[in-house]
Design a protein around this ligand. Structure first.
Ligand code: AFP
Length: 297
């Protein structure tokens, strides 16, 4: 496929994401964070807004013949759309929805694949932040950096292209601290001792967007004693943001420890192969310097 054809297709997909974000934002404004009686494929209790956002996205993507299949964090299996389609889209319709009751920002995340849901097939990724305004970050193979669009009340306007500096100042890390490994504790402590400041809302989209907007830092969701494979899902959260951080000039790795030998292994997140659609992995996203620091024993 030529770059011109890819650019045309990605523009169509971005337009669908922009279109869908408007009714999703309206749903959020009318929602009080009410739960349904149902759980999703990963066992999380669904909010009414999770279900509504998923339905809006399914309907919006159905309109586009170039989409072969979609796969949502809220669904157990992928949903075929158009036989002649070329792209597969994996998405989390409403990430961080448990924060809605506290009126904090939440988001949607999209990985856009040419072919099947394998990280080396990613051609673009996007996220939507539903905050004071709707913001959309979009990265593709066709350009360096992450284009950040903001809705001005009438239309989406490109605000800036986000790029990471070699090193930043923010440190966002998740999971229950008593379940962190000694290695993770010591790395996080060293970062704070070096002057890094904690910024963690509990929403992956606003937390990672914050690092991109401030031009650097690190976000981690490590392996913990209660969740050795971490919490965040490869297809719906991790791969799209790994792609975005790499396009922004940073790095994204999985860090696994071998406690008996006291060694650690850092692997590029986009080289992991999921066995199941809902697999999770420990993950670290950041500027070059921070990722180098946490990748060393
Ligand atoms: P919810 O969708 O249950 O609010 O989880 C949000 C999330 O998947 C991601 O957005 C956060 O980074 C992460 O979980 C926070 O998890 P911890 O509360 O365990 O740090």
């Amino acid at each position: 496929m030529t770059n011109a054809n890819l650019a045309r297709d990605l523009e169509q997909i971005l337009i669908q994401i922009q279109k869908a974000s408007l009714p999703i934002y309206e749903t959020l404004k009318q929602s009080l964070g009410e739960y349904t009686q149902n759980t999703n494929a990963t066992g999380d209790t669904q909010l009414k807004a999770d279900v509504a956002a998923d339905e809006i996205l399914q309907t919006t993507f159905k309109d586009l013949k170039i989409i072969k299949q979609i796969c949502s964090e809220e669904q157990e299996h992928a949903i075929p759309l158009h036989k002649e389609g070329i792209y597969s889209i994996a998405y989390d319709p409403l990430d961080g929805s448990s924060l809605m009751g506290a009126n904090l920002s939440v988001g949607s995340i999209f990985g856009i694949y040419q072919g099947d849901f394998l990280p080396h097939n990613l051609v673009a990724s996007a996220y939507v932040v539903y905050g004071m305004v709707i913001g959309i970050g979009f990265a593709s193979l066709l350009q360096e950096g992450v284009d950040y669009f903001v809705h001005n009340g009438k239309e989406f306007q490109l605000q800036k292209t986000l790029k990471l500096s070699h090193k930043g100042k923010l440190n966002a890390t998740g999971g229950t601290q008593k379940n962190w490994s000694k290695f993770h504790k010591s790395k996080i402590e060293s970062l704070f001792n070096a002057g890094y400041r904690l910024r963690y809302s509990g929403g992956m989209v606003p937390d990672l967007h914050h690092i991109l907007v401030k031009g650097g830092g690190i976000f981690s969701y490590p392996s913990t004693s209660d969740a050795p494979q971490g919490k965040l899902r490869m297809l719906f959260e991790v791969f799209p943001f790994a792609f975005i951080f790499e396009r922004a000039g940073g790095n994204a790795v999985c860090i696994q420890e071998n406690p008996t030998q006291g060694e650690i292994e850092a692997k590029r997140l986009l080289e992991l192969i999921p066995k199941h659609l809902h697999d999770t992995t420990p993950c670290f996203f950041g500027s070059q310097e921070e990722i180098k620091f946490v990748s060393e024993s």
